[in-house]
Design a protein around this ligand. Structure first.
Ligand SMILES: *[C@@H]1O[C@H](CO)[C@@H](O)[C@H](O)[C@H]1NC(C)=O
Ligand SMILES: *[C@@H]1O[C@H](CO)[C@@H](O)[C@H](O)[C@H]1NC(C)=O
Ligand SMILES: *[C@@H]1O[C@H](CO)[C@@H](O)[C@H](O)[C@H]1NC(C)=O
Ligand SMILES: *[C@@H]1O[C@H](CO)[C@@H](O)[C@H](O)[C@H]1NC(C)=O
Ligand SMILES: CC(=O)N[C@H]1CO[C@H](CO)[C@@H](O)[C@@H]1O
Length: 428
């Protein structure tokens, strides 16, 4: 590290602790929106000298923030590359050092720069480039604004944005890394490294970083939260990492699946990790519907169809892709937890601990006449056997306590809070 860099870092730290000493924030809030054509969730961040506002896709399994934006580029006067060998480079845990010689240097092309692969989870594309830092402007839950200086990210090649929701400029990672959004805010502001996600069925909601207590109508929710360990895959599933490094993604230990009151007969080998890291269950905001290994998918669809007909007199109709079972909506009753259909329970560490999906989360309206079971076939060879996707993540408070490696999840919001309560009201 050069002497001049040391000096500027120190003066920044001093200024920073003075300006925020009196009002240490408790938690931060980020809005969630859902883009209607891609069903991707995104949030809005403000970054750089001009507080450029950027919409970025939310990825629970993403390592860091990456984006490309002409508007940011034009006002990037406070952008600084993260130099190889620096502390920030070290905690970024990237891959290699890039040498890029544009004069003057610009975001995305700087010399002697700590680098890593940004991952686009929709196309599978990786973008190798230098990492940089700039000021992230954040809003605390009490409305006050703060800055998080030296926020690390990658100014990526524009090509990497292919497949992202229209209007979005990149992706923000909430994975288990030191430079994910919640990790950076936790370390800057000395708040707990936990974040809660609550997304309504219309796709609006909030991410709260730092924990509760939450505001009405969610003030009692903490008492209802059910906890399950977030487990680590001993083999990294992130495309550029290797054996031996803790996983970026969040996995939970699903031990069985119950439809109605019938436990599915599953090949339980698929529910744990094999020596290559295949198997298990993760949570993925970048998939619209839960994806299941084909054998699990078939077992679920068969039992669901059987019970829907036998117990609820629901009429099956032709399937609509990508779903495996669809039904005549006129034959399905409605309730505050959505269409009245067999419940689906993911049973966790013990029989008493399960994540229950009611019709609101299990069924997808494809048109006025047809509702489909909102799970999709992941084929015979998915890396992860169960990837819980967006439609199933909506209408729950999901609190990720990264430090203690626990997921705390609420029962479905409509099942416990008065009707009309929605995750769009989730505040702290
Ligand atoms: C900074 O933001 C303002 C207001 O959005 C805008 O008018 C101005 O052009 C921006 N400056 C640069 C250098 O992009
Ligand atoms: C790039 O960085 C390397 C390593 O610090 C240095 O040796 C080299 O002179 C630099 N090149 C330019 C053009 O700045
Ligand atoms: C399972 O559900 C069926 C149909 O609702 C019911 O007849 C049966 O008693 C239930 N079995 C148990 C063990 O709850
Ligand atoms: C269970 O799944 C594992 C992993 O895919 C496979 O090797 C094994 O043959 C399966 N067992 C049965 C009984 O299908
Ligand atoms: C096996 C492997 O890839 N290990 C890497 C895990 O990450 C550390 C940095 O945190 C590397 O030094 C190891 O090589």
């Amino acid at each position: 590290m050069s002497p001049s860099l040391l000096i500027s870092l120190f003066s920044f730290l001093v200024l920073f602790s003075v300006s925020n000493a009196a009002t240490k924030p408790r938690a931060f809030i980020f809005p969630i929106k859902k883009e209607s054509t891609t069903l991707q969730y995104y949030t809005t961040i403000q970054i750089g000298a001009n507080s450029t506002s950027l919409d970025v896709v939310i990825d629970l399994g993403g390592k860091f923030l990456w984006f490309n934006s002409a508007e940011y580029f034009a006002a990037a006067t406070t952008y600084r590359p993260i130099r190889c060998g620096t502390k920030l480079c070290q905690i970024s845990n990237g891959v290699g050092c890039v040498f890029c010689f544009l004069s003057p240097p610009v975001p995305g092309c700087t010399n002697n720069t700590c680098s890593d692969y940004a991952h686009n989870p929709f196309t599978g594309t990786l973008g190798y480039s230098g990492l940089g830092e700039d000021t992230l402007h954040v809003q605390a839950t009490n409305g006050a604004k703060y800055v998080s200086p030296h926020f690390p990210f990658q100014f990526s090649d524009p090509v990497l944005k292919e497949g992202l929701a229209p209007g979005t400029q990149g992706l923000i990672g909430l994975g288990r890394t030191n430079i994910a959004l919640q990790a950076q805010l936790a370390s800057r502001f000395k708040i707990p490294q936990k974040f809660a996600l609550c997304i309504s069925s219309s796709g609006d909601g909030n991410i709260i970083i730092g924990g509760g207590p939450y505001k009405a109508p969610f003030q009692e929710i903490s008492k209802s939260l059910i906890s399950t360990p977030l487990i680590k895959n001993p083999v990294e599933t992130y495309p550029t990492e290797k054996v031996g490094n803790s996983s970026v993604e969040y996995f939970i230990n699903v031990k069985s699946i119950i439809v109605g009151n019938k436990t599915l007969l599953l090949n339980t080998t698929l529910l744990s990790f094999d020596k290559n890291g295949n198997g298990g269950t993760n949570l993925r905001t970048v998939r619209p519907y839960t994806i299941l290994h084909r054998s699990i998918f078939r077992a679920l669809v068969n039992e669901f169809v059987k019970e829907a007909a036998a117990i609820y007199n629901i009429k099956r109709v032709a399937s609509v892709a990508p779903f495996g079972a669809c039904f005549d909506s006129k034959t399905i009753a409605n309730s505050k937890t959505g269409p009245v259909v067999p419940t689906i329970d993911l049973v966790l560490q013990s029989k008493k601990v399960y994540w229950r999906f009611y019709g609101e989360n299990s069924m997808v309206k494809v048109n006025n006449d047809v509702l489909c079971l909102g799970f999709v076939d992941g084929g015979l060879d998915p890396v992860t056997s169960i990837s819980i996707g967006g439609h199933q993540l909506e209408n729950y408070v999901l609190e990720f306590d990264v430090t203690s490696s626990m997921l705390l999840f609420s029962p479905s919001i409509p099942s416990i809070l008065p009707s009309g309560t929605s995750c769009s009201q989730f505040k702290a």
